[in-house]
Design a protein. Structure first.
Length: 214
């Protein structure tokens, strides 16, 4: 067993600690696959799962999502959504919420971005709304003929939006205390890994196998 294997075990342990001490269970869905790389480090920091959702999710995807939330119904479940400001993107929160309701799981679905306020704040370039979208008429009636893409926001802005959204649901005093404890545990794990004698471990396994065969 080497340091990388110990680190993997440590990360599993860390996940259990964080999730066991929080009031909320949070997941993130991002409409754009390309943005997973931008937002994933923030989710890893808080040990939150992030998934891509290109267009309307399949029944299987929604069912798997519902199962994960069902296993966390002892907590307040939150789904943070990042998507375009266009006919489908504006309808996605309603669609996800309604489909999760079918599985009878209680989840707060929040669209973190992209909002019209963010479009105005960051002066994002418009695109024509896709009129072939079945939801286009309702969207145009409410927002006009323009739409905006999530990835028009800079990576720094997206990271800040993600961080602020997550920290609304996390007890930061408790989180920071857990991080301090983790640092001590991490050093203990790594010290043990550095001093772990693989050859002696393998020898003891072989001896045990030999005794079992007698």
């Amino acid at each position: 067993m080497n340091r990388n294997q110990f680190r993997k075990e440590y990360n599993k342990h860390r996940f259990d600690i964080l999730n066991g001490n929080e009031e909320y269970y949070i997941e993130v869905i991002v409409e754009k696959n390309a943005l997973i790389g931008v937002l994933d480090p923030i989710c890893r920091k808080y040990h939150i799962s992030i998934f891509p959702n290109v267009g309307y999710g399949s029944t299987t995807v929604i069912h798997e999502l519902a199962e994960r939330f069902e296993n966390k119904q002892d907590k307040k479940c939150v789904l943070l959504y990042f998507g375009d400001h266009d006919p489908s993107g504006e309808d996605m929160v309603r669609d996800i919420k309604n489909r999760l309701d079918i599985f009878q799981v209680e989840v707060e679905v929040v669209k973190v971005a992209l909002t019209l306020e963010q479009v105005q704040q960051y002066n994002l370039p418009p695109n024509p709304a896709k009129m072939s979208d079945p939801r286009a008429n309702g969207y145009v009636a409410e927002h006009g003929n323009s739409s905006w893409e999530l990835d028009a926001l800079s990576p720094d802005v997206l990271v800040n939006l993600m961080t602020n959204a997550i920290e609304e649901y996390i007890d930061m005093d408790k989180y920071n205390l857990i991080i301090q404890l983790e640092e001590k545990e991490k050093k203990a794990f790594e010290d043990y890994a550095d001093n772990f004698d693989v050859s002696e471990y393998d020898k003891s396994l072989n001896n045990n196998d030999g005794n079992d065969k007698q």
